[in-house]
Design a protein around this ligand. Sequence first.
Ligand code: DLL
Length: 430
Amino acid sequence: MIFSKIESAPREEIEKIQLKRLKEVLKRVYHLSRFYKNKFDEMGITPDDIKSLKDIQKLPFTRKQDLRDNYPFGLFTVPMSEVVRIHSSSGTTGKPTVVGYTATDMDVWNEVMMRIYAMGDVTSKDVVHNAYGYGLFTGGLGFHEAAQKLGATIVPASGGFSERQLMLMRDFGATVLCATPSFALHLAEVARREGPEFKKDYKLRVGFFGAEPTSEGLRKEVAKAWQIEYVEVYGLSEIIGPGVSASCNKGIGLHINEDHFYPEIIDPETGKVLPEGEEGELVITTLTKQALPLIRYKTGDITKLHREPCACGRTFVRMDSVKGRADDMLIINGVNVYPSQIEHVIANYEDVSLNYQIVAAKKGYLDKLEVIIEVNENVPFNEENLNKIKKDLIHKFLNNLYINAQIDLVKPHTIERSMGKAKRIIDKRK
Ligand code: DLL
């Protein structure tokens, strides 16, 4: 089901709207934001210099640090009396990044989220169990309001309390699950304790998963565990929250809501825009945001764009599932590796589960990569099995990723489960 006509409009029409909106947003930031006025002046650019979409490349980038430097509301382009909602990142290091929404921004957010729900055919007949955290994190409320607008029954479960959540999902007849993929997998693991046939007690048919990088293997595992359709949702609070893009399940990748968010792919080192189809850092310009418009925001997420026609009928450009964050890439003795590539190896080996942790450390001058993985419950935890699994995995890491990894196998249920975004990487070298 396609929610809005614009999602399948001819390319020329989409690009016409993008250019018109780009010009408007540039005028807005130039006249209402001291930060952007100074940046544009330094580069000798005015909004009038932008005559085509390609001209966007003349504009400066915006970074997460710019939001921090202007904490809390320095980049807002409306008076606070027009701001109706604030969200913020967790801010584990330094000040959090704060984002704001006007009433019109909220309408846009609901619109793009309703488009995403439509990718899983959600209607007023559905019961939506929302296990994203409520609060300053955009996941909970982002999924909440749009479901309500659609007329669906929303269950604002938030994170944690797995057994209670499962009870509510069963008793309320949830047909839709919204959660981080790692939490969805954890819920399935707990539900499985009721017996291998647990699924028959649940009415789930589709899930909306995002907020953290995943491998294809993990996505398949979640879909298989719950026997549901997997819609992948991407977004970030700085741009809007969840709602930037989502997968339609008819073709590969996630359709970007391009009439609101203009995407580019750049080389994260040089800042150069890369040719279509090449992998690099996703940069987004918000085309319609009022409270916090951002020009060429460096998301830090690594992906690529493709524009071949999609079987679903949408004409919006697609991005691949995010491979990882530019700053999450591990360099192990000179070899670059993303955690999702490590996860891919684990997901394709039967005897271990997707509960794992990656520890990078120094041993003398050399880097050491340790991967701690839980053995599957049905595999006897004896020396013979452990030695075989270790040997196989070491071989796979070496052959597929060119990494000499140390494998530590642990018993099932020993690695702490995440209730929100999974924390799987510990880099002791930092
Ligand atoms: O995670 C918004 C969101 C909530 C998206 C719920 C999807 C579902 P932040 O907390 O600001 O916002 O974190 C944004 O999370 O830059 C990516 O690195 C990562 N991320 C989000 N979605 C995906 C995804 C929300 N589908 C950061 N795949 C982003 C991979 C994702 N990474």
